[in-house]
Design a protein around this ligand. Sequence first.
Ligand SMILES: Cc1ncc(C[n+]2csc(CCOP(=O)(O)OP(=O)(O)O)c2C)c(N)n1
Ligand code: SF4
Length: 339
Amino acid sequence: MSTTSLPVLTANDFASDQDVRWCPGCGDYSILAQMKKVLPSLGVPPEKMVFVSGIGCSSRFPYYMNTYGIHSIHGRAPAVATGLKASRPDLMVWVITGDGDGLSIGGNHLMHAIRRNLDINIVLFNNRIYGLTKGQYSPTSPLGKVTKSTPMGAIDNPLHPLSIAIGCEGTFIARSIDTNIKHLGAMLKRAAEHRGTSFIEVYQNCNVFNDGAFDYATDRETKADTTIELEHGKPLIFGKNRDKGIRLNGMNPEVVELGKGISEDDLLFHDEQAPEPSLAYLLSRMSYPEFPEPIGVFRAVNHPMYDDLLNAQVVEARKARGDGDLSKLFNSGETWTVA
Ligand SMILES: Cc1ncc(C[n+]2csc(CCOP(=O)(O)OP(=O)(O)O)c2C)c(N)n1
Ligand code: SF4
């Protein structure tokens, strides 16, 4: 008996020969590097992977991967990925999108991809600006944000990507930060391993048109007090001295100081597997400066997958009615000739 061992892949096996054309210092580089680092550990060869994107700086991602890729049209990556995964369940499909691409023109498509629970992985690079079109405000830009298209300050309420994903009852929902590379790698790996749609928001610095949007969460001096790492089964504790926590006061989270009559047992314990998405939603509403912003897995639950259900129906239909005949179908029923 002969045994053949599979080649051990490295990050370089997933790198394409294309020059990377993002601005020097853009947060996209770090996301690309972590993706290439994580993929070899999944046991899926590059030829079985497809990266699908829409339009934007982040959407250039497929060019830089030595996998199959589709640079599709603005906001439509989830629709293209849905068709691909439904017809080729053997492929691992990633969707790369930006806050403008995914939440503005593509908001509707993103929503339906998440609620269907197809086995795809969506990574939303959130830089709270339109990068490619040179600095117009996006659906995640904060109120009052002065940009080229909002010279007197943005007056529409920003969207919270994770609140939307949780509202669609997504089965895997996480957040990470471009500069927190270990955490980002871990989140990408967990997303890839999740069966069903995974949705990760990555805080990404656009150092040309929105530099410093996440300084509060990345600055070495402040990040321990402005972010909180979610860990399944653990209490929500944060702060440089790990002396602060999140407690539920009725339906509202509040920041409390540990000691002074408050112990760890009084805090909210994170349950990423809670069947009800309500607590995950509350966490997604916590934002700076009132709260530390959660990073990590908000929700990871198992639900039936769209691709499995669809393909089971195809098998049933074939059993009952035999293989289809496209030409017969086109020429059946009422047909007419255009003169
Ligand atoms: C149908 C259509 N409308 C508008 C545009 C212009 N456009 C290109 S990219 C973009 C937004 C990109 O922003 P985002 O998704 O946040 O990506 P980033 O460039 O910041 O990574 C827009 C509005 C377009 N290309 N096609
Ligand atoms: S414009 Fe912003 S998001 Fe686009 S490549 Fe440059 S730094 Fe990155």
